[in-house]
Write a new protein. Structure first.
Length: 359
């Protein structure tokens, strides 16, 4: 009997913020003149994103007098340090995670006390004893539940959580494993006007997702998985902790690197997954160009990966959580049956692939 993704629950903080509104905030925060403001507006319009969610309400405004987190002045000084950003994470992350879990369990008819293993995933915040202990205490999980934390692996981390859950279920057939991803990317906004920050500020959003995995006959079966490293991109995507939040290195060359890397791995992907026979895809929407390049490398139509485009449009890139939003859409879509190949990318450059079979 295979491990199955039995149910998925999602959560977003606050109300959606239109991409145009976020652009206005950024133009003001970066102190841009009319020419640079037009350039930034063009990037936002071409991003493939219509709206995003944030734990910070400040992105709804361009007038500093309306800010609650950032200082009420045009220069945003003193700029919030890492401690103040982690205070936001510690407050918001458990609330968002619990909302996602409650939806996930309601969809599965499982009770919190039935959970045997808890895997937390996040690259945008951490503290000890951690979000997972807050979850255990507030939802009444058993005090014998095994808990694990996957931190700082970036956008592909959910794949590692799913692989860990699968291996747990294979070794303990009665296990009920709850994966919880929570990412508050926007709390790490950087105001310095450079290429890395412009790209990161234009695409990232906040969200949480919970996934219940156990052995069973229905839902989405976990069939196979594989990891690949594209060494040429090691310096093009990185994530580090600075004095003023976490800092993203995000090169504009990533889409091309991923396209070339996937073409190099094509034979292995065919052998491992039967790539040429797959009709449905769930590709991590790291950005519009990434989706376009990967679809081109596979020779697939947008319609075969439509849910990824929809999630990017409505939520942006929520780091590790994003692929779980895509898989939730696949799970709910009655028109999708059979094999689905999910893929995610992150620092390394690391390529994670997951084959699921939706019955």
């Amino acid at each position: 009997m295979n491990s199955q993704i039995k149910s998925i629950g999602l959560a977003s903080p606050g109300k959606a913020i239109e991409q145009e509104m976020i652009c206005r905030f950024m133009q003001k925060a970066h102190g841009l003149d009319a020419k640079e403001s037009r350039k930034l507006s063009f990037i936002y319009r071409k991003s493939g994103i219509a709206q995003r969610y944030s734990a910070l309400n400040d992105f709804n405004f361009s007038d500093p007098q309306n800010f609650n987190f950032f200082p009420k002045n045009d220069r945003l000084e003193p700029f919030p340090d890492t401690l103040s950003r982690m205070e936001v994470f510690k407050k918001v992350a458990p609330e968002l995670a619990i909302e996602a879990i409650e939806t996930c369990l309601a969809n599965s008819d499982e009770k919190p006390e039935a959970i045997t293993h808890l895997i937390l995933i996040s690259c945008t915040g951490m503290y000890a004893p951690g979000v997972e202990l807050d979850i255990i205490n507030r939802l009444g999980l058993s005090n014998t539940v095994e808990r694990y934390a996957i931190h700082f692996m970036g956008c592909y981390a959910a794949f590692n959580g799913i692989k860990m859950a699968d291996r747990i279920c294979k070794s303990e057939p009665s296990a009920k494993v709850l994966i919880v991803g929570v990412e508050l990317c926007t709390i790490h906004f950087q105001k310095e006007y450079n290429e890395d920050n412009v790209l990161a500020n234009a695409i990232f959003g906040d969200g949480a997702a919970a996934v219940l995995i156990q052995q069973g006959e229905q839902g989405m079966h976990i069939e196979n998985y594989q990891s690949n490293i594209i060494p040429d991109g090691a310096d093009d995507m990185a994530w580090s902790i600075g004095n003023f939040g976490f800092q993203m290195k995000l090169s504009k060359y990533i889409p091309n690197l991923l396209e070339r890397g996937i073409k190099d791995f094509a034979d292995g992907l065919e052998e491992q997954f039967g790539l040429s026979t797959i009709k449905h895809f769930a590709i991590h929407p790291g950005g519009k160009q990434i989706l376009n390049k990967i679809e081109n490398a596979f020779g697939i139509e947008v319609s075969q990966n439509q849910h990824a485009h929809n999630i990017l449009k409505d939520f942006g890139n929520m780091s590790s959580v994003t692929i779980l939003f895509v898989l939730e859409a696949v799970l709910k879509d009655p028109s999708i049956k059979g094999k689905v190949l999910a893929m995610g990318f992150g620092p390394g450059l690391t390529l994670e692939s997951l084959l699921i079979d939706k019955s």
